[in-house]
Design a protein around this ligand. Structure first.
Ligand SMILES: [Zn+2]
Length: 241
C-alpha cells in the first residue's frame, strides 16, 4: 500500500516535471526571435538601429540607394514624430521601416505590460496608415512580457547574426572587413545609424563603411534585400490598432 502511494507520488512528480519542461519550451517558442534565415542562397538583409538620425540616416539611405540596395531601418518611433519627412523619404526610396520601440528604454523584467511596442505602432500608423511587421527590442532585451506585447501588436521579433560593434569602430575599412568576415547567405546584419534615438549621434564610420560592405557582398554574389523579402512575409500590416 505504502509502496503504491510512493509510486503514485513519483508518477505525479514526473508528470509535473514533464509539463514544466514542455511548458517552458512552448513559452520560449512563443517568444522565438529570428536571427537569420536558412535556404536563402544569395540574399542577406542589412538592418539599421536607433534612427531616425537626420543627416546620418539620410546619408546611409542615399549610399544604399546608389548601389540599388534596399535596407531595413529599425526606427525609434518618437523620432518619426520629430522627423516625419525623413521617415517618408526612406519609404519613398524603397527602404523598409521596422519598430524599435517608442523611445528606447531597456525593458525591465518586472514590466508586465510593456506598452512600448503598441505605442510605437500607433505612432507609425498615424504617420503611414500602416504598421511595421518586424520588431527589434532595444539592446535585444527580451522578456516573456515583451514577447507577448510584440505578438499582440502583430509583429515578429527580429534580431541579427552579424554584429561588429560598429558604434565603437573608427576605421571604415576594418568595419567592412569585419562584416564581410561574418556574413553568410541568409544573414541579418546589424548596423547603427543612430544612438538610442538621439538626433546628432555620430555614426559617420558606419556610413563610410557602406560602399566597401556593399561591394564586398556583391563580389561574393550576395544581394542585400529588405527583411520582408529575406523572410518571405509582409513588412507592414494594417491590422495593428
Ligand atoms: Zn537600439
Amino acid at each position: 500500500m505504502r509502496a503504491n502511494r510512493r509510486a503514485r507520488v513519483a508518477l505525479a512528480l514526473a508528470a509535473v516535471m514533464l509539463l514544466t519542461v514542455a511548458g517552458g519550451r512552448l513559452w520560449l517558442r512563443a517568444g522565438a526571435s529570428i536571427t537569420h534565415t536558412e535556404g536563402s542562397p544569395s540574399f542577406v538583409a542589412i538592418t539599421f538601429d536607433d534612427g531616425l538620425n537626420g543627416d546620418t540616416t539620410r546619408a546611409a539611405a542615399d549610399t544604399l540607394g546608389r548601389y540599388g540596395a534596399p535596407a531595413t531601418f529599425f526606427v525609434v518611433a518618437r523620432t518619426v514624430v520629430e522627423q516625419p519627412e525623413l521617415a517618408r523619404r526612406l519609404r519613398r526610396q524603397g527602404h523598409l521601416i521596422a519598430n524599435h520601440s517608442y523611445d528606447h528604454p531597456r525593458a525591465k523584467k518586472s514590466d508586465l505590460r510593456y506598452t512600448q511596442a503598441a505605442r510605437a505602432q500607433a505612432t507609425f500608423y498615424d504617420a503611414f496608415g500602416e504598421c511595421p511587421a518586424f520588431f527589434r527590442p532595444p539592446w535585444g532585451v527580451q522578456t516573456p512580457f515583451v514577447n507577448a506585447a510584440v505578438k499582440r501588436a502583430r509583429m515578429r521579433t527580429v534580431l541579427w547574426d552579424v554584429e561588429v560593434a560598429d558604434w565603437d569602430e573608427t576605421d571604415p575599412a576594418r568595419l567592412a572587413a569585419n562584416v564581410l568576415a561574418k556574413v553568410r547567405p541568409g544573414s541579418i546584419i546589424l548596423l547603427h545609424d543612430g544612438e538610442d534615438g538621439h538626433l546628432g549621434a555620430d555614426r559617420s564610420t558606419t556610413v563610410a563603411a557602406l560602399p566597401a560592405i556593399l561591394e564586398g557582398l556583391n563580389a561574393r554574389g550576395l544581394t542585400p534585400v529588405r527583411l520582408d523579402q529575406l523572410l518571405g512575409t509582409p513588412g507592414y500590416t494594417s491590422d495593428c490598432r
